[in-house]
Design a protein around this ligand. Structure first.
Ligand SMILES: Cc1cc2nc3c(=O)[nH]c(=O)nc-3n(C[C@H](O)[C@H](O)[C@H](O)COP(=O)(O)OP(=O)(O)OC[C@H]3O[C@@H](n4cnc5c(N)ncnc54)[C@H](O)[C@@H]3O)c2cc1C
Length: 437
């Protein structure tokens, strides 16, 4: 039975906000989503690789075919040196199919978010309120109260902060914890940048329109990734920073152009260089920024505020795991909420706090493994230091990419993917690496 008076306020309709909405909807838990942007899925944005752990959840809630049709299956990942020499290739799609029963899918970001939104039940769509910025959050004895930019006030039982890296919800939780003398006192952002990146998207006549090709080039301190899918090409250029940087960086146009120039001769694949495809007049979206990495010291406050997605961790794009990790958090969180609400429809703050602590524990190991892998990949692909060069250039080809992906992605991370405990798991696909949950 659906709890009568329990209502979740989600801040942010990024991918994690919408996935959380799906999980709550399937659990018959009432919710509302406040999104400050004018649209659910603005057309700016790069691309996201969605791995089998996320796809299995979409399969469980019955929306996989609809969402999948907005992206393209990934097949080969081809590695290169900067002169275009081949440095290994793996059929990533086939390997994930063999290991887990699902091929990864690459989406243009706006297509993914739009498809997730479109797949919500019709009656839920009105629960996503765009152009509605949350400006203030208060915790009361029995719930939460948020103030919106237009001055309106909304009450709920809990807040899930899915409001991204500069999360106001996280800041409120921190301020409240600091004021109450709980938790560690923190100044500013908890994440540090280790990678600087320029990412762009342009139209591209992809030779194979049904699948996504992935290219990855390594070079001293620099790396490039290319995703050719549907009619567009998304390229990400990375530089490893010598010293991790704190805080938000702003760059001038000159700095951006100087950064881009350093990549023009680097090959994206055997025949194309970055310079061949980085034509300013053909680029329809780009983004130059430092990419933060790390996890927040605070995951919840007082059983009333809890965080998921980039608001609570930040994983650079190199491993393609940030969003996938956020999805895991959404599902784990809703499982814990379901557990509480199945026996008590008006849980106290203390009961919710206990449930949120368990949620944090549920995700801790996978998050630690994900951050660890992301650091290794970031160092490895940019040849950030001599050990990283040795691992990428010598050890990895010797060990074999299939073994590495199976060990570090499939076994350490993907197999631990959550699905909703309240729904059946029958019929979900399996591969050679058995799902843990
Ligand atoms: C170039 C690039 C490539 C990437 N590729 C991958 C990949 O291949 N695979 C992968 O798993 N991950 C990838 N990631 C990471 C992924 O983009 C993030 O992990 C993901 O977007 C996080 O989603 P989110 O919903 O937590 O936050 P966001 O996407 O940041 O969404 C937060 C939302 O909250 C809204 N908001 C913020 N404050 C408020 C407020 N006060 N009131 C109301 N609304 C508010 C914002 O407008 C926004 O819509 C990539 C990241 C980058 C930068």
């Amino acid at each position: 039975m659906a709890p009568q008076n329990f209502k979740v306020i989600i801040v942010g309709s990024g991918p994690i906000g919408i996935v959380t909405a799906h999980a709550l909807s399937k659990s018959n838990i009432d919710y509302v989503v406040f999104e400050k942007g004018a649209e659910v899925a603005p057309t700016n944005g790069s691309g996201h690789m969605i791995f089998p752990n996320t796809l299995r959840f979409l399969d469980q809630i019955g929306i996989l075919p609809q969402v999948a049709s907005a992206g393209k299956e990934v097949y080969t990942k081809s590695n290169f040196l900067k002169d275009g020499t081949t440095h290994g290739e793996i059929d990533l799609g086939q390997l994930c199919l063999d290991n887990h029963g699902y091929k990864p899918i690459y989406f243009q970001r706006s297509h993914l978010i739009q498809a997730l939104y479109d797949a919500l039940p019709v009656e839920d769509k009105s629960k996503i309120k765009t152009s509605t910025k949350v400006t203030n959050i208060e915790v009361t004895e029995t719930g939460v109260r948020v103030t919106l930019a237009d001055g309106k006030v909304e009450e709920g039982s809990i807040i899930i902060g899915c409001d991204g890296i500069y999360s106001q919800t996280r800041q409120t939780a921190l301020d409240l914890a600091n004021a109450a003398g709980k938790g560690k006192k923190l100044d500013g952002l908890p994440y540090k940048s280790v990678i600087r990146s320029y990412v762009f998207r342009r139209d591209w006549p992809t030779p194979d329109k049904d699948r996504c090709l992935m290219w990855e080039t390594r070079s001293g301190g620099l790396a490039a990734q290319g995703f050719a899918q549907k009619e567009s090409l998304i390229v990400a250029l990375f530089e490893h920073l010598d010293v991790p940087k704190e805080g938000y960086s702003r760059f001038s146009e000159e700095e951006k152009e100087a950064f881009k120039k350093r990549f023009v001769d680097i090959h994206l694949n055997e025949s194309l260089t970055v310079g061949d495809v980085m034509e300013n007049d053909k680029i329809n979206w780009d983004f130059f920024a430092d990419q933060e990495e790390g996890k927040s010291d605070i995951v919840q406050y007082g059983g009333r505020i809890v965080l998921a997605g980039d608001s609570v961790h930040k994983i650079t794009p190199i491993s393609g795991l940030g969003l996938n990790m956020g999805v895991q958090q959404s599902i784990a969180l809703v499982n814990r909420l379901n557990g509480v609400l199945s026996t008590n429809q008006s849980p106290s703050s203390a009961t919710l706090e206990e449930a949120f602590k368990l949620f944090e524990k549920d995700c801790a190991k996978t998050l630690a493994k994900t951050l660890e892998l992301n650091t290794i990949l970031g160092d490895g692909v940019t040849w950030a230091n001599w050990p990283a060069w040795f691992i990428d250039r010598v050890a990895a080809p010797w060990i074999g990419l299939k073994f590495i992906v199976t060990k570090f992605y499939s076994k350490d991370i993907l197999r631990h993917g959550f699905v909703l405990n309240s729904l059946p798991k029958d019929g979900l696909k399996q591969g050679q690496v058995a799902w843990v949950s």
